[in-house]
Ligand binder design. Structure first.
Ligand code: DX5
Ligand code: ZN
Length: 223
């Protein structure tokens, strides 16, 4: 199980230190929540922050775009990642929301054409089965277990059926489907167990990890 702390809950006045701390505590991936105030009712960070992180953080970055019109901005985010000297973009993810893409296949192909791992996410109210045809293009599928927009919400356990469905498709694909399954929202030591049992590969955790005094203990408790 890989852990991806969401910097949304970090102290932005010392972001570098905060990220170094959670990586040192055993986390593998850094989750970056980009919100535009349209797709979700909140505004967070954008391209310049991703650019700084790309050159200062060695660990994989998982850029979760909660924005409208992602086709327009994917090239800019990919460019921000690529601006870091010697960075291997194949370790990083750009994740778009299926609901926001005019054509999800095109969107995933666009991300892949930049050399970055391509992911898509679905909101709690969006069924996953309708995207079966695009699964071969996905390196990652992100299942939201809260309504996107804010940290600190309650985990929706009924989303586990989406994870089980994704595991089932992958297991019976004869190696054709190779996406990782990521869970985002309301992850803590109890709900991590639920997501693990359902078959998640990566857990995003914001408030639980950054809110903990003992961050090493918090990361370990999720694995
Ligand atoms: C919500 C974001 C999440 C959020 C998770 O829209 O996508 O990544 O930061 O925060 P917690 O872990 O506090 O639910
Ligand atoms: Zn997120």
């Amino acid at each position: 199980m890989k852990i991806a702390p969401s910097i949304l809950s970090a102290d932005f006045s010392k972001l570098g230190e905060e990220i170094a701390g959670v990586l040192d505590a055993g986390a593998e991936i850094v989750h970056v929540d980009v919100m535009d105030g349209h797709f979700v009712p909140n505004i967070t960070i954008g391209v310049p922050v991703v650019k700084s992180l790309a050159s200062s953080v060695k660990a994989p970055l998982d850029v979760h775009l909660m924005i409208e019109n992602p086709e327009k901005y994917v090239p800019e985010f990919a460019k921000a990642l690529a601006s870091a000297d010697g960075r291997d973009l194949k370790q990083d993810y750009i994740v778009v929301h299926a609901e926001a893409c005019e054509d999800l296949s095109n969107c995933l192909q666009l991300i892949k054409s930049k050399g970055v791992r391509a992911g898509f996410s679905v909101k709690p109210g969006t069924p996953i089965e309708q995207y079966e045809q695009v699964l071969p293009l996905a390196d990652l599928v992100l299942i939201m277990t809260v309504e996107p927009g804010f940290g600190g919400q309650k985990f929706m356990e009924d989303m586990m059926s989406k994870i089980e469905w994704l595991v089932g498709r992958r297991d019976t694909s004869g190696g054709k489907l190779a996406y990782e399954i990521e869970v985002d929202g309301g992850v803590n030591e109890e709900t991590a167990g639920v997501a693990r049992k359902a078959g998640a590969d990566i857990l995003v955790a914001g408030s639980y990890v950054f809110g903990a005094e003992d961050r090493r203990g918090a990361v370990e408790s999720l694995k």
